[in-house]
Write a protein that binds this ligand. Structure first.
Ligand SMILES: NC(=O)c1ccc[n+]([C@@H]2O[C@H](COP(=O)([O-])OP(=O)(O)OC[C@H]3O[C@@H](n4cnc5c(N)ncnc54)[C@H](OP(=O)(O)O)[C@@H]3O)[C@@H](O)[C@H]2O)c1
Length: 273
């Protein structure tokens, strides 16, 4: 049964992030379902992912990682120590791609000493709809084929770029936690509308579509946000009145402080991990 699997990606963990990546790999035709496998601690979530996408359920196999070229670690960071030692041993000579928040490459190497290379990725939640932004770094220089494995997996979740590991904490503070800041901004815009007399549903739609449209416009125009801001700001107009209020309350410094808090917390978490 294990002989003809020729798995490209074996997922350890079958939670929401694994599901998003597997969906992306299949919908982008990076690989066929039988070139993907997954397993989970109790087996139920892996079984349901396997049934949904027709991928291999690795739990059933004697040596589950035997035919995988790339192992994707998609369990919670605090679950790393619980991995079955036989599974850890089976990562010998494999490429490991970890999405575990806060787990440094050196720590991952301690866990998988015989792996051929390790990649650390910080994805974000829009990955679940193929609109993610991931940053990654690798322990050793990637070979051409390992680079392809990384590129294909991350492209299936959205955009990606390589950074130095020393930048992972600030990356976490920007793109990792960033979606939450945007959700908070949308909620604040919605509340502004409600306070101005709109119904919740109307204010929610206006706020969401405005952020979505503005982001898409910016992405398409490929200019700085400041230049688009200036284009819609007429002297003495409504937008200028709002921007002056933001400036008076030092909106940028506030966001900068929030990013710095996230960065410092990321450093702390990496030390705990
Ligand atoms: N969600 C995000 O936006 C986001 C962003 C950046 C990074 N991440 C990272 O993504 C990772 C996964 O997050 P998630 O939300 O997908 O987690 P999750 O839904 O909790 O799923 C974790 C999976 O790991 C499995 N697992 C746990 N211990 C295991 C073991 N010893 N052996 C084999 N499988 C084991 C679990 O098995 P059972 O199903 O049997 O419990 C479960 O299927 C985390 O490390 C997180 O830091 C997430």
């Amino acid at each position: 049964m294990t002989k003809n699997l020729n798995l490209h990606y074996a997922f350890i963990g079958a939670g929401s992030m694994a599901a998003a990546m597997i969906e992306g790999l299949i919908s982008h035709s990076v690989c066929t379902p039988d070139e993907i496998g997954c397993l989970s601690k109790h087996g139920e979530r892996a079984a349901s992912l396997s049934e949904k996408h027709k991928i291999k359920l690795l739990q059933e196999l004697e040596n589950p990682l035997e035919n995988a070229t790339t192992i994707v670690l998609a369990l919670k960071p605090q679950q790393l120590g619980d991995l079955n030692p036989a599974l850890v041993k089976a990562t010998k000579d494999k490429l490991i791609i970890s999405i575990l928040a806060g787990k440094k490459l050196s720590r991952l190497k301690e866990s998988f000493p015989e792996s051929r290379n390790i990649v650390r990725v910080m994805p974000n939640t829009p990955s679940q709809i193929g609109a993610g932004m991931s940053a990654y770094c690798s322990l050793a220089q990637l070979t051409t084929s390992d680079q392809q494995s990384v590129d294909h997996l991350l492209a299936a979740m959205g955009s990606h770029l390589e950074v130095d590991e020393s930048q992972m904490d600030i990356v976490t503070a920007i793109s990792g936690s960033g979606p939450a800041y945007v959700f908070e901004f949308i909620a604040a815009l919605r509340d502004g509308g409600i306070n101005g007399g709109l119904e919740d549903a109307v204010a929610s739609k206006l706020a969401l579509e405005t952020v979505l449209g503005a982001a898409r416009l910016l992405a398409r125009e490929n200019v700085t946000p400041e230049s688009l801001r200036d284009k819609v700001t007429s002297p003495n107009g409504t937008t200028m009145a709002a921007l002056q209020t933001l400036e008076k309350r030092d909106f940028r410094a506030l966001i900068g402080e929030a990013v710095e808090s996230a960065r410092l917390r990321s450093i702390e978490i990496s030390k705990e991990a």
